[in-house]
Design a protein around this ligand. Sequence first.
Ligand code: HEM
Length: 408
Amino acid sequence: EGTGNTGNPERLPLEFLFSPEFTRDPYAEYGRLREKGPVHPIDFPPGVSSFLVIDHEHGRAALSDPRLAKNLRNGPDLFRELAGGNPALAENLLSTDPPDHTRLRRLVSRAFTARRVESLRPRIQEITDRLIDTMAARGRADLLDDFAFPLPITVICELLGVPAGDRDDFRVWSATLVTPSLDEESVKRRDAVNTAIRAYFSGLIAERRAEPRDDMVSALVTASDEDELLSEPELIAMLTLLLIAGHETTVNLIGNGMLALLTHPGQLRLLQEEPELIPGAVEEFLRYDGPVERATLRFATEDLRIAGVRIPEGSMVQVSLGAAGRDPGAFDDPDALDVTRDGGHHLAFGHGVHFCLGAPLARLEARIAFGTLLRRLPDIALDCAPEQLEWRGSASIVRGLQALPVRF
Ligand code: HEM
């Protein structure tokens, strides 16, 4: 901070993040901006002081800076109002700061253990194989709908202990919650979804309290009842966050990563010949085109500077994890896909106290998914011209394709 080297910040209109060019290839847009400096003011939402950090060094520092709080109550009026009406939003891990965050995270970490994640391995392999069996007979597929979506959704629902029949609702709910539009219609729709989720989880919590099972809802209920560490709204907020995280992220790690391979056949062949490179390749997919384009909002609790740029108290700060992954200051030849690269210092899972809780699960799922896809579908190829692929709108902070047609 505070070096006085502000570069030449460019005031960005909100449309920067919504334009078709950005949606298709944010990295080209960031490349152009990078020439002008690491931090830029952005009109988002209109009238609110807001900044976008696009380099690795300052992005990493911002993610773990205690002066950049997550609690919406530190934000502009608009966000305080949002938080007031919506406990699921105001009391989840990503909207709290220490010490509340520390308490919540400790509790969920007890339920979300390495052992519990590792115990899922055979089941993840089984689900992966079953999905590929279904696709293989057809010779072509939408790799997103037929594979990348159902895999993590099935896993997160089994981990939490959500009955299979309720999963379709969950997909709709989670897609609604991650679209942060502020128009009246969207806000109404999100309120309705939040009410439905609250009712749903209250019911499930009551059932597991009466009759605990070997699942995470039971583990969280037991842990919170024993020590009275977690209120019911906090418990529901936690489950909602796990549900969303399980639906919107790993899906696109598989989708974006497979697209990267399909458009870089040399890298694809290398992985097929040397499958032991897959864990490193997964890290490279996270760096090269990770599922979380921008980290969640942070709010300045005091006046501060990032790379010399003045950030007034109450400003919003967003860190582009995608841009950080393409920063030539942090990675050699950053626009090249190289599955042998030593790129583990990417920020795709965040950094600091909010570092992704689900990273071990996401890594396990992705390693199994890529390993099995490449082994069982050795001829896999894109089934359309790359220019025909469409990305989901960047109204969401998640970056992912609408569909990924493949043949094999
Ligand atoms: C937090 C990325 C999968 C649960 C985060 C953050 C990022 C991230 C960047 C930090 C956001 C910020 O600081 O603003 C990813 C990616 C994933 C993934 C790229 C897949 C490839 C998952 C899964 C789960 C999960 C599968 C759970 C089942 C969480 C939770 C947090 C979090 C609970 C909040 C942690 C906290 O605030 O202490 N994730 N995530 N994530 N993630 Fe993930």
